[in-house]
Design a binder for this molecule. Structure first.
Ligand SMILES: *[C@@H]1O[C@H](CO)[C@@H](O)[C@H](O)[C@H]1NC(C)=O
Ligand SMILES: *[C@@H]1O[C@H](CO)[C@@H](O)[C@H](O)[C@H]1NC(C)=O
Length: 355
């Protein structure tokens, strides 16, 4: 009896497994990206440079002309965003301070060619090459917001001698950076929704499953991708205040993934939460002039502030600005973002005024 039962159970399991695989397998593989500018792909709508290995990088210039600028900044956008990210200071501020900013679509996003071998290092080198092809001179500033923070950590590691300064705004942490005490990263990790913990695990341990995981409809996947982000009260307020731009924002979201979600969003997760070649907390202090800044809101529910505090404790040469009652959408608060840009470039410690 018991053998029969287990025999039948075994058969049922085999049938389930085989039909499950047959159903899942075609969906495991992402479709090839629709390369921008190729005959079947979307058209190119703005300027691009051709990098040394042949990839194109789309960029957008803001502020005063680079020839007369006092500050030249290369800006790296957040997850699911583009070179049009609204985190760049107003033209008024850029002109007042004499700032030139070049933002770019990170590889695979918008109109920049995908880079299937993308790493933290390759994007840092892309930023250096962008600066060089545009003739920004021997030193420039870099700024990265949220997932764009990874690119800035990459610049600090791989091209520190090219930097005049750097700003990390609500930069995403990787729970597997070895310097984090296990109990602390577990605590931060457990603050995430269960579905996001799974999305992170898949990105870290099973990158081959990332496409399927984040496109299947059987169980909840990454809350950012599914638009079900658990937002802190200050973030909800930012969202409600920017509701009038919802149409515009939707268009930008579509622009971000017009070559497909895999080489943009999913590659970002694999690179960001995969195994890094270095641990930012091991970086040596090469900047004693206070030109490296990190901002983080204490109501950020996307990137746990407890982990960020640990990072800056290990790197005391970073100018840390913790902002009370502010969430992850700090750069979408128009007043806050101006203060951040001004403090970053002029070093003046302005009081952040709650709007
Ligand atoms: C700060 O120091 C670094 C390292 O010496 C240097 O590369 C950078 O240009 C300096 N930045 C400013 C704004 O002086
Ligand atoms: C982690 O463990 C260390 C030492 O064992 C302790 O000092 C610290 O408070 C713990 N942190 C958390 C977040 O539990």
């Amino acid at each position: 009896m018991s053998t029969l039962c287990s025999g039948m159970l075994g058969k049922v399991l085999v049938v389930l497994l085989v039909s499950g695989l047959a159903w899942a397998f075609p969906a495991l593989l992402p479709p090839p990206p629709r390369i921008c500018g190729s005959p079947d792909g979307p058209t190119v709508t703005g300027p691009r440079i051709k990098l040394r290995y042949g990839r194109h990088l789309a960029y957008k210039e803001h502020g005063v002309p680079k020839e007369t600028a006092k500050y030249k900044v290369v800006y790296a956008h957040s997850f699911g965003s583009t070179r049009y990210e609204s985190a760049i200071a107003s033209l008024e501020t850029l002109e007042e301070l004499g700032v030139y900013v070049v933002s770019f679509d990170r590889p695979g996003y918008g109109e920049s060619d995908p880079h299937p071998k993308r790493t933290i290092q390759t994007t840092a080198l892309d930023m250096e090459e962008l600066a060089d092809q545009l003739g920004l001179g021997p030193k420039f500033y870099v700024m990265g917001y949220s997932m764009g923070g990874h690119s800035v950590w990459g610049c600090l590691k791989y091209i520190p001698n090219r930097l005049a300064g750097a700003a990390l705004v609500a930069p995403v942490v990787n729970y597997w950076w070895p310097s984090f005490p296990a109990n602390l990263s577990t605590e931060g990790y457990n603050l995430q929704l269960t579905q996001d913990q799974w999305a992170l695990r898949v990105a870290h341990y099973a990158p081959w499953l990332v496409y399927w995981w984040n496109t299947q409809k059987w169980f909840p996947y990454n809350s950012v991708l599914s638009g079900k982000l658990k937002m802190s009260p200050p973030d909800l307020e930012v969202v409600s205040r920017s509701a009038k731009h919802a149409n515009e924002m939707q268009k930008l979201k579509e622009y971000a993934v017009k070559q497909g979600v895999f080489e943009s969003l999913h590659r970002d997760m694999m690179v960001g939460f995969g195994k890094w070649d270095f641990d930012p907390m091991d970086l040596k202090n090469l900047f004693s002039n206070g030109s490296i800044h990190l901002w983080h809101g204490d109501e950020d529910w996307v990137v746990p502030v407890i982990l960020q505090r640990y990072v800056v404790e290990r790197l005391p040469w970073i100018n840390y600005h913790e902002i009370p009652n502010v969430g992850h959408l700090v750069m979408h608060d128009p007043a806050m973002k101006e203060v951040i840009w001004k403090t970053f470039l002029t070093g003046e410690k302005e009081q952040i005024v709650q709007s």
